[in-house]
Design a protein around this ligand. Structure first.
Ligand SMILES: Nc1ncnc2c1ncn2[C@@H]1O[C@H](COP(=O)(O)OP(=O)(O)OP(=O)(O)O)[C@@H](O)[C@H]1O
Ligand SMILES: [Mg+2]
Length: 112
């Protein structure tokens, strides 16, 4: 299993959810987050030197999926989150050791 953690533009959430609905996914967690990437959240520059560092609101989408489904989910998020401008976001993919559906005790892929 893999955890796909995507940090994306707030305004892209609906489009990304639509794209995921089309291909199917087991479940998701959405969190409102703040952060910055390589531009350090730079939103304004004054006289070439002075600048403001800001944390920019983003949405974090977490999906835990089976190994076989992970790539198509990553592709769907990548395509639907894309604008081509700085700040489009990032996807991190992590290995998942265990998953347990509390109601049934199912484990692994069956718990997703
Ligand atoms: N290395 C990182 N570790 C943790 N979170 C990150 C990292 N890089 C980016 N993020 C998160 O992703 C959000 C979007 O990052 P962003 O798309 O601006 O990355 P970037 O590296 O600056 O790429 P770009 O040049 O396209 O803007 C950030 O606001 C932050 O929340
Ligand atoms: Mg950036």
């Amino acid at each position: 299993m893999k955890k796909i953690e995507a940090i994306v533009r707030v305004e892209k959430l609906d489009e990304i959810r639509e794209a995921l609905k089309e291909i199917g996914y087991p479940g998701m967690t959405i969190t409102r987050v703040e952060g910055h990437g390589q531009q350090k959240g730079l939103i304004e520059q004054f006289r070439g030197r002075e600048f403001k560092v800001e944390l920019i609101p983003k949405i974090k989408i977490e999906v835990v999926a089976s190994d076989v489904d992970a790539d198509k989910i990553i592709k769907a998020i990548t395509e639907s989150a894309y604008t081509g401008n700085i700040g489009d976001g990032k996807i991190f993919v992590l290995p998942v050791e265990k998953a347990i559906r509390i109601r049934t005790g199912e484990m692994g892929d069956a718990a997703l």
